[in-house]
Design a protein around this ligand. Structure first.
Ligand code: ZN
Length: 149
């Protein structure tokens, strides 16, 4: 009799890593399409210059990649490498854009969340990952006119 292999268990750390990767792809797709109409180009949230998708990163509003806002789409936008890495997020410009796009109430909420620690479960991360992948697919299909909603 063949003994079934036990299902490979995914660690919380790797679940966070893969979910963050799909979250970043969602952010890049969302922001490239909204700023250039194309998946291949996008406008950096903080310096306003256009770059190819491969020169853009999903940059967080607040540093530290704190878990409670790690996957909050309001706190993450495409940034060029100069702004995201060299200028460490270009925080003054980021805050000004956040103020214009979301307002002080949302900024306060995100800053409050960032002070709280949040523990995800693997099931939660799997669900979030599925949602981000589905939403990315919807954005792509909409951009090429395959769906109209
Ligand atoms: Zn930039």
């Amino acid at each position: 009799m063949k003994i079934p292999k036990p299902k490979k268990k995914i660690s919380l750390r790797s679940a966070i890593r893969v979910t963050s990767r799909d979250f970043a792809e969602f952010i890049k797709t969302r922001d490239c399409l909204s700023t250039s109409g194309s998946m291949e180009m996008g406008k950096c949230y903080t310096c306003g210059k256009f770059f190819t998708r491969y020169e853009l990163e999903a940059g967080h509003f607040l540093p530290g990649r704190h878990r409670s806002i790690l996957l909050d789409e309001r706190a993450c936008h495409i940034q060029c490498i100069l702004c995201n890495r060299t200028l460490m997020g270009n925080p003054d410009a980021y805050r000004m854009r956040m103020m214009a796009d979301y307002g002080q109430t949302v900024i306060d909420e995100i800053e409050k969340m960032n002070r709280l620690s949040r523990d995800y479960t693997i099931e939660e991360l799997i669900k979030l990952r599925r949602d981000f992948r589905a939403r990315t697919a919807c954005l792509i299909l909409r951009s090429i006119g395959q769906i109209s909603w």
